[in-house]
Ligand binder design. Structure first.
Ligand code: MOS
Length: 754
């Protein structure tokens, strides 16, 4: 049983501040009753089904496809291959926007990774399309697969998302040379796949040169504009509907070849076409977290002060694109040291391009950094928490900028107290439970940056006193529909039940990307400003109307609350929105707002969310089997719009941390370059039995700089710190320092019984 604690009772306040209330999810009932209609649940009239044939090799060329056999199969309508594919208006290798990765849409016969689409079969039924794809029986000219990190490296250039430049302060080599103690350790992290519950899929339908797509996506307006480019139509001709997204984790932020092919088939055949990738087909064209090898070198003074910190990451990327897991960057953010350097190198593998996944870089870098820090504490005979406090960063380590806010000390204290850390023996392998299992306690520091992207929203106040707020925000399970609606209601001075919140469709104002933990802040700011703009229009009317009790008070002299405008200097003088609009004979007033980062905020301050995670594991001394039995995390992430949903995000992140440390790994066959465990049976994800108790605590934090709403974001920070805490607990239980993740039974078996 997953035991979720620290969930405050859910007071559904009728009025007052909607933000801050632990409301339940607005989409919850729809989801648990099966009423939520996901993309693949759409079956428009005349629907055709498409299936991609995918390569079984990872490098080479397709030299033959039995197109005739596939076409002859009953029900098959069309087979699209590189030879028959109609032209696109943009090259699939085009990199035109932030999340446009080079992709495969049958531009040629080259194979760049296993599971790459090599043909598309369209049929009257899914079964016919599947059989038709099987009949293609591809033949290949195969080249040896390049896999693993022991290949030629290249230094990343700054070419876009995921090409981390590295950073430095001080002379790290000199500082290492002069240090009293040195720690050097290398860490391996496995390739991981997003594995959202809802597979990548879409239903595409054309009406002339207008295109409607039902598709889960983390940034539909941006995606629509990119699709428009491939098909040579104006962006406004593309409608993407994405009311429900069954998990994204970064993989649904990126466009992929199968989507383009499905849309293309719908246009060729002038019928709606559905394409849903199988679980196995998602191990390739829709991104993953790249494998890394990270080397950390720490210099220490006698008293445990860090004097040098060098973090170098080597990461796998594809042969044709540049995304590099920015693992070393986390060392720029967490601990104080007069000398720090971070750097990245990439190795080209015959794999699908890695992409952003659940705290890109921060998750993989954090487990390496936190274990290295644990090793440093051990070398200094210091308690891991005491060591971290000794090296607490009062200003951002590299830039020296002050933090906009940083309640990390409080996080350490709160989580340590709740966990019961103070009773921890310093030496490993000292604790056993009543069944004789080894018990270990470890900790890690959580950190994540607070980016903002760009978003727009509009708000309407209607003559009946209700409101309407529109933005194409994305609920992919994190609860955006609820949290953004809370902000919308506050922005309009209404109760949430009086506000209609429309979202998840690309014909609405662009709510920006749901990613980077920045969606609530960015779309929320747009919504808040749209509400304020609509209220200002209403105040214009009221304060200029001699019949209003607000007459003459001026816009700045009124405040909106509970569906009324009040005079600031005399709150007994107020008037309802409905009365103001009725007397003016106006049906509604409208406002618009934009969200985005004020560049000055990032220039003057370091903007980070923080947390501390403590973990308990139990290890079977005979079998080496590990279970995480208890996790306690405390997080300070600025203003919390909905504590219930924020805790849910943090619980999820902490469980992903367990997953990173103990479960997730794609196993690549080095002969073929294929992922051998491309299914949920063998790609291990934590289930309830793997994570018995998770407690997240919210540490209050007011941040006047990060953005107007003071929101830092909670989507990804939970995985950072947690993975390292679990890994460190494994050491504390066993005395074995495992430096490749996930930790496997065989890593602990050899000497566990000793
Ligand atoms: Mo993400 S990895 O911020 O969708």
């Amino acid at each position: 049983m997953l035991e979720v604690t620290s969930l405050p009772a859910a007071p559904h306040m009728r009025y007052g501040s909607n933000s801050g209330q632990a409301l339940t999810r607005r989409d919850g009932v729809l989801k648990v009753t099966g009423q939520a209609r996901y993309a693949a649940d759409n079956h428009p009239e005349g629907l055709l089904h498409a299936v991609t044939a995918t390569s079984t090799i990872s490098r080479g060329r397709v030299i033959r496809l039995d197109v005739e056999a596939a076409k002859a199969h009953p029900g098959v309508v069309e087979v699209i291959t590189p030879a028959s594919r109609p032209p696109l208006m943009a090259d699939p290798d085009w990199k035109g926007h932030l999340f446009a990765f080079r992709t495969e849409a049958l531009q040629n016969d080259q194979v760049r990774y296993a599971n790459q689409p090599i043909a598309l079969v369209v049929a009257e039924t899914l079964e016919s399309a599947t059989e038709g794809a099987a009949l293609l029986a591809p033949q290949y000219e195969t080249e040896p697969a390049r896999t693993g990190l022991d290949l030629e490296r290249f230094a990343p250039e700054a070419v876009g998302v995921g090409s981390p430049p590295g950073a430095a302060v001080g002379d790290v080599e000199a500082a290492l040379g002069a240090s009293a103690r040195r720690i050097e350790a290398s860490f391996d992290t496995a390739a991981q796949y997003h594995n959202a519950m809802e597979p990548h899929g879409l239903v595409a339908a054309w009406d002339g040169d207008r295109l409607t797509i039902d598709m889960p996506n983390q940034a539909p307006v941006m995606a629509g504009a990119a699709f428009a480019r491939y098909f040579g139509i104006p962006p406004e001709n593309v409608l993407i509907r994405t009311p429900f997204v069954g998990g994204g984790f970064g993989s649904k932020a990126i466009l992929n070849g199968p989507q383009i092919l499905c849309i293309l088939a719908a246009r060729m055949l002038n019928r709606p076409v559905k394409l849903v990738l199988s679980r196995g087909q998602m191990y390739g064209p829709v991104g993953h977290r790249g494998q890394t090898r990270q080397t950390l070198r720490l210099g220490l003074a006698d008293d445990g002060q860090l004097t040098a910190l060098a973090h170098h990451a080597v990461a796998a990327t594809s042969s044709f694109d540049e995304f590099i897991e920015p693992a070393a960057a986390v060392s720029e953010l967490v601990y104080a040291s007069p000398a720090i350097s971070t750097s990245h190198e990439a190795v080209r593998n015959d794999i699908g391009t890695p992409g952003p996944m659940r705290a890109p870089g921060a998750a993989s870098g954090s487990i390496a950094l936190e274990v290295a820090i644990d090793e440093a504490a051990e070398a200094c005979d210091m308690d891991p928490l005491e060591f971290r406090l000794k090296n607490y960063a009062e200003a951002e380590p590299i830039s020296g900028k002050p933090y906009s806010s940083k309640a990390l000390r409080e996080c350490y204290a709160e989580a340590a107290r709740s966990f019961g850390w103070s009773g921890r023996p310093l030496a490993p392998r000292q604790m056993r439970d009543e069944a004789g299992l080894l018990v270990g306690w470890g900790m890690g520091t959580a950190v994540f940056h607070c980016p903002m992207f760009a978003a727009e929203a509009c708000a309407v106040l209607r003559s009946d006193g209700t409101g309407l707020v529109e933005t194409c925000g994305i609920d992919m399970g994190q609860g955006a529909w609820t949290a953004l609606a809370q902000i919308a209601a506050d922005g309009l001075g209404l109760d949430i039940d009086q506000v209609e919140f429309r979202s998840g469709s690309s014909d609405l104002p662009d709510g920006g990307i749901a990613g980077g933990s920045g969606h609530t802040a960015t779309a929320g700011m747009a919504i808040d400003m749209a509400g304020a703009d609509a209220i200002a229009r209403l105040a214009d009317i009221a304060t200029a109307d001699p019949a209003s009790p607000l007459y003459g008070s001026g816009n700045a002299g009124v405040v909106a609350r509970e569906g009324r405008l009040h005079r600031r200097d005399d709150e007994t003088r107020s008037e309802s929105y409905a009365d103001i609009l009725a007397r003016a004979g106006v049906a509604q007033v409208e406002g618009t707002g934009r969200g985005g980062r004020d560049p000055a905020a990032a220039q003057d301050h370091a903007l980070q969310a923080h947390g501390a995670v403590f973990a308990e594991v139990k290890v079977d001394p005979d079998l080496g089997q590990v279970r995480a039995t208890r996790l306690v995390g405390a997080f300070a992430a600025g203003r919390i719009i909905n504590p219930r949903l924020a805790l849910s995000q943090l619980h999820g992140g902490m469980i992903w941390g367990v997953s990173f440390a103990l479960h997730e790994a794609a196993v690549v066959d080095r002969r073929t370059g294929r992922v051998m465990n491309a299914d949920l049976g063998e790609y291990h994800l934590p289930v309830n039995a793997d994570v018995p108790s998770v407690e997240a605590l919210l540490v209050p934090e007011q941040d006047p700089y990060v953005n107007e709403l003071g929101i830092k974001g909670v989507g990804e920070i939970g995985i950072t710190g947690s993975a390292g805490a679990v890994a460190n607990a494994v050491w504390h239980a066993t005395g074995i320092r495992v430096r490749r993740f996930p930790v496997r039974i065989e890593d602990l078996m050899m000497s566990a019984a000793a």
